[in-house]
Structures are given as C-alpha cells and as structure tokens.
Design a protein around this ligand. Structure first.
Ligand SMILES: [Zn+2]
Length: 424
C-alpha cells in the first residue's frame, strides 16, 4: 500500500521533520519506504494530496473496561468517587461487561486517533478479545491489589498467567500493574520488580495521585511515594508512573536519574480535584513524560487530541512559555512509545517501524488555515477535535471515512447499552 502525495507528513522522527508532498510505502505491517514519487505498480494507493499523515497516538494510561461507567459519578473527590461509586459498580461487573466496556473504549480510541493504549484492569482475556476484534494495539497490565483485600493473591497469579500466555502476541503486549502503593503489599511490590525482569516487561502504577496518598505514605513509611518505590528499586526504566501529581524536588530528581516514565492525565486530575502535576519541572529535568486519558469514569472520554490541548493550556496558565505544542505532541506519540518500551516499533513514521498512522483531512474546518509546517503542529494540538479520516494499525486500515471497518457499530452499541443498564 502506498500513501501518495501526502500534503504534510508529520514524522515525529528524531529531528521532528515535517515533510511535504511525499509518499509512504507500507508492506505487510511495516513502513518500508518514505520518499518522492515512489513506484506504485500493482499497489493499492491512497491519495493523500489533501491530507496530513501522522503517527497514531499512544494513550499511556487508561482502564478501557471503565468506558462502561461513563457519567456514573461526576462530582466527587477521588477517595469518595472510588469507594462510593466505582468499587460498588466494579463488584457487579461480569466478564461480558468487561468485554463490551473495553470494546466501546477501543472503538472510541480508534475513531479519535489512538492506535495504542496502555490498560490497567482485570479480566484481561476479555480486554484482549476486544483489542483483537477492533485491531487496535495495546499493552495490557493486570491490576494487582492485595493490601487488606481478600484473595489478593489471585490478582498476582492472574497477572503471571496473562504474561505467560501472551509472550508472542502481535497486537497485545503484556505487563504488570500494581495498582498503587496504598493497595499493594511491600513484599508484592518486590516480587513484581523480579517479574518485570523475568518477563522483560513494563510495570504500570498509580503514583502520588492525591495529597492524601502523599501524606499517608510519609506517615506510614517515612518516605514520599516515589522515594518509597525507590527504596524497593522500583524507580527504573520499566516504571510507567501514572499521575505523579504530588512530587517534591528530590522525587523529580530520582525519576530523572533512574530513567522512569511519567504519564500525565490532566483531565482526571482536574476532574477529581487531585491537583496539577509539575510537568514543566519534569520537562526541565528531562523526565520522559507520556500522555493518558485515565479511565472514562474520571475523564469522561478517550480523546487524546482533546487531552493534548488540555495538557498544553493547563501548563501555560501562569506562563505560556512553559510548554509548547511540539512537546505535547511528543508526549502523545514518541514519549508514549518510549514509556511502553515500544519505541523501536511505534511512535514515529520511520522506515522499519510498524505502520500505525492517522490520515487527517485538510478539509476539516478546524484544520484551517494552515500556517505552514509550524501551523500544522499548532492545529493538531490546539484546534483539531480528533475527527480522523483514516486510521491504520499494523498496516491494516481500521477506520476509513471516519467509520470503523468490519464492525457492526449499531449492533455493538445496542449490546453495550443493554449491559450498562444495571449500573444506573
Ligand atoms: Zn488510573
């Protein structure tokens, strides 16, 4: 397949090059050539003369089955939201509910330009089924909770099983997800560090999300959440630390020196009143920062273009020079790939990488006018609503003319709405 005469190709390569009027050739799942006037004989071609082509976005922290909980609790702080509304709803979840919730999430992510997501939940076999049905790419990490929780060992065994079973999958990459320091025992955290080495995977954790977590950690361990995890040798390049809102200077230095990865989730942090992550300081200290929506129950959507704009303007609130559109686009693409340890495969449009990319119509009103190459990045971050025309994942077209391909959306929505009734 050849994408022909691309008006603007936002590569997100090492030099962040934006190319004009070029072709991209895809063979099987990979990008094999980028250049002018590539040979098209016997190949399917897509005319991109009025399109922007860019890498698919990477949502580095979410809980896709919770898409079923859109709008069930909108006005509570994290602790009450979790204990009064989320945990009781989760207690009613069946495997089928997890599947349809995740399916809705995968469909929403694909149609708004996300081609890879990093998920934390249970019943991952059902999530993997939704991933494979829709053709999106995902890192699936089993949520592990065992502190003051009955049967906590099951979550660890499930995580081990899922990792063993999914070592050689294509779209699914397994990992581990100790939920947070306040829900996982110290000994289990130590165990998980060993598992990430044995299986060579990332681990995914909520870190320093609220002031309560930060203060409780100091009270119980004498250390901040980051310093507590560091004392267990868990601050490393395999760490994907969602939120990281409550950090002191030393925490930021530790994250930087140990090449840890932070995922910024501005909507969820604002909506649950958790606070504002010190993103400009993390950038200054060269910490790798990815972008995530968190679950729909605290966002309430999975549109990473929208999240990018929120991230950008949030950190400009006192000084608009603190963050720029290129840094935010990096968070949603290459930085996410690095955080998920997939940077040699995805995150940019480069020869040899997987063909995960978005085609955006330049006829979209919110993409006009275009002030050249700089204007394209500006429009993508600050004005575009995420209404992508075509989405390619692993070399396959999954969204075309803004519609999911090969899925009966009407029938799926009917099933999803039927399943949602008991949470009302
Ligand atoms: Zn979360």
């Amino acid at each position: 397949m050849i994408l022909k005469n691309i008006r603007y190709l936002v590569t997100q390569n090492e030099n962040r090059t934006v190319l004009e009027n070029v072709d991209v050739e895809i063979q099987d799942e990979k990008i094999i050539s980028i250049g002018k006037k590539l040979e098209t004989s016997n190949q399917k071609t897509i005319d991109c003369s009025n399109k922007v082509v860019m890498p698919g976005l990477i949502n580095a922290h979410t809980h896709s089955p919770m898409t079923l909980f859109r709008g069930i609790s909108d006005n509570k702080i994290l602790q009450n939201w979790l204990e009064e509304d989320i945990f009781p709803s989760e207690a009613k979840l069946t495997e089928e509910d997890v599947f349809v919730g995740s399916l809705l999430g995968c469909m929403e992510m694909l149609t708004t330009g996300t081609t890879t997501f990093n998920d934390m939940y249970d019943n991952l076999d059902q999530v993997a089924e939704a991933v494979n049905l829709t053709g999106i790419r995902a890192v699936l990490t089993r949520g592990i909770l065992d502190k003051d929780i009955e049967g906590g060992r099951k979550s660890i065994n499930d995580a081990l099983d899922f990792n063993r079973k999914n070592q050689d999958e294509n779209l699914v990459t397994p990992g581990f997800a100790p939920h947070a320091i306040y829900t996982v025992k110290k000994q289990t955290l130590r165990e998980i560090k060993d598992y990430t080495e044995i299986f060579d995977t990332i681990y995914h954790i909520h870190v320093a999300e609220t002031e309560k977590e930060y203060k409780d950690s100091i009270k119980e361990t004498g250390k901040t959440p980051v310093q507590y995890l560091d004392s267990l040798n868990l601050v490393n390049n395999k760490m994907v630390a969602a939120h990281s809102v409550w950090l002191n200077k030393k925490d930021i230095r530790i994250l930087s020196e140990n090449n840890a990865n932070v995922v910024h989730n501005p909507s969820a942090n604002l909506k649950l009143g958790s606070g504002i992550a010190p993103i400009p300081s993390l950038i200054e200290n060269k910490v790798n920062i990815a972008l995530g929506t968190d679950g729909v129950a605290s966002n309430n959507n999975l549109n990473l273009f929208e999240e990018a704009k929120i991230a950008a303007i949030l950190h400009k609130r006192e000084d608009p020079r603190k963050i720029n559109e290129q840094q935010v686009l990096d968070m949603a693409t290459v930085n996410g790939a690095k955080a998920l340890d997939l940077e040699d495969q995805i995150g940019s449009i480069s020869v040899g990488k997987k063909a995960d990319m978005l085609l955006i119509n330049l006829s979209e009103l919110d993409m006009n006018p275009v002030y050249g190459k700089r204007g394209i990045i500006s429009n993508l971050v600050y004005s575009f609503d995420g209404n992508v025309d075509t989405v390619i994942v692993d070399g396959k077209i999954r969204v075309k003319n803004e519609e999911l391909r090969g899925l009966d959306k009407k029938a799926l929505l009917k099933e999803i709405n039927k399943r949602s009734e008991k949470y009302n």
